[in-house]
Write a protein that binds this ligand. Structure first.
Ligand SMILES: Nc1nc2c(c(=O)[nH]1)N[C@H]1C(S)=C(S)[C@@H](COP(=O)(O)OP(=O)(O)OC[C@H]3O[C@@H](n4cnc5c(=O)[nH]c(N)nc54)[C@H](O)[C@@H]3O)O[C@H]1N2
Ligand SMILES: Nc1nc2c(c(=O)[nH]1)N[C@H]1C(S)=C(S)[C@@H](COP(=O)(O)OP(=O)(O)OC[C@H]3O[C@@H](n4cnc5c(=O)[nH]c(N)nc54)[C@H](O)[C@@H]3O)O[C@H]1N2
Ligand SMILES: [Mo]
Length: 751
């Protein structure tokens, strides 16, 4: 992969609070530079308004009642700037640049080139993409799909920006075609949360609302960096603090956004005055969370601070959990987590304070480890012990990533969709959905690599760069006969392809979507289960662009054709028709078209809020996992991969990581200064990194070593630069999520 810059990054002091005037300045700079004053200002004014479009950046909810005119954050503004850019990539661009030439450019450069505006094809053996007519493109894909021996030789990936409407039609088409091969970005993201929560409380979704966060006594933010990845969450945390609540951070890195927040919509915040957020900051070792939580559980048992009524009436399995806590040795747990007994005791004081209104928020710092499911069950255990679920101010809050990743699952993007959904679909559409489970993301890579899958289709995303083991995944994609990407922006998945490749450019969230019956809106579900509408207002980048639902409908028409019950193009004329179908299949939506037009949308039902548990026992279940932690050989380090402040997953907006004090560089590795000293590695020198797995070693070269406040024995590097180090077979138990935050490495100075 090409280097961003051959010069070393600028290294400054990490910040101790987030947002403030610098965030506003950075937002405006990005938007005005790429989208210009007119398109840019219009985009920002429409963002997250009740009749505007949903921010494509993260899944944090908007306030139910009052919305400031500027209800967006710096990173939402960057996402919009990237989408609303006036620069364009058309046929002349592809005539000028061969695929080989584009492969030499960086991901940052790719994003700078502008929007994809016409369908393009890379024919077998060709060096350049060339234009293709939309009809010919669908004909090409349709005939290829129809020629496969078995529908299971095709894979249909989804990234979490797809709307409910696009996603529902997509899965309907794919199941008509005959496969459940529906891997999605969730497989790499919150799959562990969904798996653990379904086991523990019977639903794989968060159980709290924004109001709950505001009134909590204690909010634990564990394995999550909201200052960068969910900046609007900081105002909710600030409100909690103002109401007398306490924030506790659990993170190997001292993240600015967890320490303090200068509200950019308040004068005090703009003047640089910040609210202190975390009052206790636990710098846990990477993957030391299970040990820390187990120590907390042990402490709660020892203080006999249990909610006995709740446990008796609502839960199962307390004895087994009590036994594993009793058997655990404090010193061992403290050694594993890196957190002292005194700190655990202070944590317990907070958790047990007030009315024990505890909320735990988490993200990738918990989900991307081998023992992720066990760790999240342990989070649930703490809540069950004190009855902190299903009452105001208390509950579990997995903070979702992509803005509609939760909605996509709700409407059927899942390789293991449950029987009631499939049965409802069979009945409604007189079809027979396949029942055999499909491939998840990792299984899809393996299947393509083995030659068991021949067509890869992606509704959004950047499969090559988002998945582990970049070189292996590249070979897997190159094994395919055909790879197709529905995309807004150029990315590396357009460049490492099957024998034939297609780019199908689509409208972005911010753009007006006009169909036969007029302008349409789409709908999304945020992290708190609120379904709301999103209506694009900007002039489309090109009249050639099709909406995602339209692309799916045309593909379905070219592949399975209209059925007795489904006329694909008719459905596209007015998206109300698609929503009318969704409400027939998925409980909780009806009357979808009416409810979603209410300002702010509507909540999907969530039984945990009424303390109804949809588990096989109809009780909430304690887990009692064995103590297990990722361990590495002597002299090796545990590497976690994370996001900088200037990226959205694989989309690189800029080369700075302001809060961590990094300027102009991404090929860097954060290391503990003592770990550097014992290896004779000087600050900001170049190192090569080797990762270890049972199938051999993987290497990347020339990363700058940055001394940083991070627990000894652990390291951090940016995703996707470090992805070639992640073994495809290293995944979480049960959820099969790649262990992007537990990688065994060694480092040596570059020769
Ligand atoms: N601006 C912006 N917003 C985004 C995204 C983006 O790329 N850019 N991505 C979106 C997506 S899809 C997602 S899933 C979310 C991701 O949101 P996050 O999960 O916040 O993203 P990461 O950067 O992966 O950060 C993980 C955090 O976990 C910590 N961590 C790592 N390992 C451990 C561990 O073992 N224990 C604990 N306790 N902490 C650990 C890291 O130090 C880091 O602070 O953000 C969404 N929002
Ligand atoms: N090492 C490591 N790897 C990780 C992670 C990690 O923490 N560490 N995180 C994982 C996580 S949490 C996730 S969610 C995945 C993300 O995986 P993906 O969702 O596959 O990746 P993105 O980078 O979000 O996708 C970016 C591309 O989406 C396209 N796009 C943008 N907007 C739209 C749109 O509106 N419609 C369409 N059709 N396309 C659009 C653009 O072409 C852009 O290039 O990565 C995972 N990979
Ligand atoms: Mo994600």
């Amino acid at each position: 992969m090409p280097f961003e810059k051959k010069t070393p990054p600028k290294v400054g002091k990490p910040k101790t609070s987030a947002a403030g005037a610098a965030a506003v300045a950075s937002s405006m700079n990005h938007v005005m530079r790429t989208a210009g004053p007119v398109r840019g200002t219009k985009a920002l004014l429409e963002l997250n308004q009740k009749d505007g479009f949903d921010c494509p950046s993260c899944a944090w909810p908007d306030p139910d009642d009052h919305r400031a005119v500027t209800e967006f954050c710096e990173n939402g503004a960057k996402a919009i700037a990237s989408e609303a850019t006036t620069k364009q990539i058309d046929r002349s661009f592809f005539r000028k640049h061969s695929v080989a030439d584009l492969l030499e450019k960086s991901d940052y450069w790719h994003d700078q080139q502008g929007r994809l505006v016409e369908p393009m094809v890379l024919r077998e053996g060709a060096t350049h993409y060339e234009p293709i007519d939309w009809n010919d493109a669908f004909e090409l894909i349709g005939s290829q799909l129809k020629s496969l021996d078995n529908p299971d030789e095709a894979i249909f990936y989804t990234s979490g920006r797809a709307s409910n409407e696009a996603a529902f039609l997509y899965q309907l088409f794919i199941r008509h075609y005959g496969t459940n091969n529906l891997p999605d970005c969730s497989n790499m993201c919150h799959e562990s949360s969904g798996t653990a929560m379904k086991q523990a409380v019977g639903i794989g979704k968060g159980t709290v609302t924004l109001d709950d966060i505001h009134e909590a006594d204690t909010v634990i933010c564990i394995g999550q960096n909201p200052g960068t990845n969910h900046p609007r969450m900081l105002s909710s945390l600030e409100t909690c603090v103002e109401n007398g609540g306490k924030i506790i951070a659990v993170n190997p890195l001292k993240e600015a956004g967890l320490m303090g927040f200068a509200h950019p919509q308040k004068i005090s915040g703009m003047m640089g005055k910040s609210t202190q957020l975390a009052t206790q900051y636990l710098q846990v070792k990477v993957n030391g969370d299970l040990a820390l939580l187990r120590a907390l559980g042990k402490e709660i048992f020892e203080r006999d601070a249990l909610d006995h009524d709740f446990i008796a009436n609502h839960t199962n399995g307390i004895d087994a959990y009590r036994n594993v806590c009793a058997a655990a040795d404090y010193d061992d747990l403290c050694k594993r987590s890196g957190i002292s007994r005194k700190d655990v005791s202070e944590l317990a004081d907070s958790v047990l304070s007030g009315d024990k209104k505890l909320i735990t928020c988490w993200a990738m710092g918990l989900t991307q480890h081998k023992n992720a499911v066990a760790t999240i069950r342990e989070v649930a255990n703490i809540h069950l012990l004190i009855g902190a679920i299903g009452r105001p101010g208390a509950g579990l809050c997995p903070v979702r990533g992509h803005s509609n990743v939760q909605g996509d699952r709700t409407v059927g993007i899942y390789e293991k969709m449950p029987e009631p959904f499939l049965a409802a679909q069979d009945k409604e559409f007189a079809m027979t959905c396949p029942r055999e489970h499909g491939y998840d993301t990792v299984e899809a890579i393996l299947a393509m690599h083995q030659g068991d899958a021949k067509v890869f289709f992606a509704l959004g995303g950047n499969f090559l760069q988002a998945t582990p083991d970049t070189h292996f995944t590249g070979q897997a994609l190159q094994n395919c006969d055909l790879t197709c990407q529905v995309s807004t922006k150029l990315n590396r998945s357009h460049l490492i392809t099957g024998k034939t490749a297609l780019i199908l450019p689509c409208l972005g969230r911010s753009e007006r979507d006009t169909q036969i019956e007029g302008d349409q809106f789409v709908t999304c579900e945020n992290s708190m289960g609120i379904v709301h509408l999103s209506k694009g207002k900007l002039e489309p980048s090109s009249p050639e662009l099709l909406s995602e639902p339209d692309i799916v409908a045309r593909l379905a028409e070219a592949t399975v054709g209209n059925t007795e019950k489904i006329n694909w193009r008719w459905l596209i004329g007015n998206y109300d028709r698609i929503r009318n179908l969704i409400e027939k299949i998925v409980p909780g939506f009806a009357p979808y078209n009416k409810q979603v037009r209410q300002p702010g949308g509507f909540y999907l039902p969530n039984d945990t809020k009424r303390r109804v548990w949809n588990t096989p026992s109809n009780k909430a279940e304690f887990g009692a996992a064995d103590m297990d932690q990722f361990e590495v050989a002597d002299g090796h380090l545990v590497l976690q991969t994370l996001r900088s402040h200037d990226q959205y997953n694989t989309t690189i907006y800029g080369l700075n990581d302001r809060y961590r004090g990094i300027g102009m560089g991404r090929r860097i590795i954060f290391l503990n200064p003592e770990d550097m000293a014992t290896r004779d590695i000087s600050p900001v020198s170049l190192v090569d990194i080797t990762s270890y797995w049972n199938d051999g070693e993987r290497h990347v070269e020339k990363f700058y070593a940055i001394p940083y406040d991070i627990p000894a024995g652990t390291a951090a590097a940016y995703f996707p630069e470090a992805n070639p180090l992640i073994p495809v077979n290293s995944t979480a138990l049960e959820s099969n999520t790649p262990t992007s935050k537990s990688i065994e490495i060694s480092i040596q100075s570059s020769s």
